[in-house]
Design a protein around this ligand. Structure first.
Ligand code: GAR
Length: 188
């Protein structure tokens, strides 16, 4: 059984979707949710779904090997960032080469980088009158949103769409594709 560990900072709708998808799988399972926010809704979801959840602070993540050691003990086959907002530290990236992926709510390399997350991305898409947007699943390296792209899916942005409309289209794409892309990756 392949082991998936998820990092998430907020609501955790992607984390929940992944937990549920892999609960029906005999190949992989989400074994742990790690969050930088002890009050994040994702930890409530994990608890409700019977998955171990843990929060950590910035020192444990960036200045010590505490989070790295948690991961080493968990022995993940894949580390998945699902709405995780802190930059990943090099000690963890170097210890898990090609095993850390992120989902981004835009078509990278556009609309990526520091500060580009969640509704900030969707508002920028509307302000710039983009005709399309989408999702990107990519490997994580030491720079925000810059690792090799694994998968992208697009959707149209209509003239009357609001940032909330875009958010809902992106949400649909994420719910549909993220579990399947992870499943494929784990089978390679
Ligand atoms: C998702 O749309 C994800 O793509 C985005 O945050 C949202 C988290 O939603 N990630 C980023 O913006 C990363 N730069 P969720 O907590 O409900 O899964």
């Amino acid at each position: 059984m392949k082991r998936i560990v998820i990092f998430a900072s907020g609501s955790g709708s992607n984390a929940e979707n992944l937990i549920k998808f892999f609960q029906d799988s005999d190949q992989a399972s989400v074994i742990q949710i790690l969050s930088n926010n002890p009050h994040a809704k994702v930890l409530d979801r994990a608890k409700r779904l019977g998955v171990s959840g843990l929060s950590f602070n910035k020192i444990a993540f960036t200045k010590t090997d505490d989070v790295l050691n948690i991961l080493k003990a968990s022995q993940p086959d894949l580390i998945v960032l699902a709405g995780f907002l802190w930059k990943f530290p090099e000690n963890i990236i170097n210890s898990f080469p090609n095993k850390i992926i992120n989902i981004h709510p835009a078509l990278l390399p556009n609309y990526g980088g520091k500060g580009m997350y969640g509704m900030h991305v969707h508002r920028a898409i509307i302000e710039n009158n983009e005709a399309e947007t989408g999702i990107t699943i990519h490997f994580v390296n030491e720079n925000y949103d810059e690792g090799a792209i694994i998968f992208q899916a697009k959707c149209d942005v209509l003239a009357n769409d609001t940032a909330e409309d875009v958010a809902s289209k992106i949400h649909e794409l994420e719910m549909e594709h993220f579990p399947k892309v992870i499943e494929t990756l784990l089978n390679e």
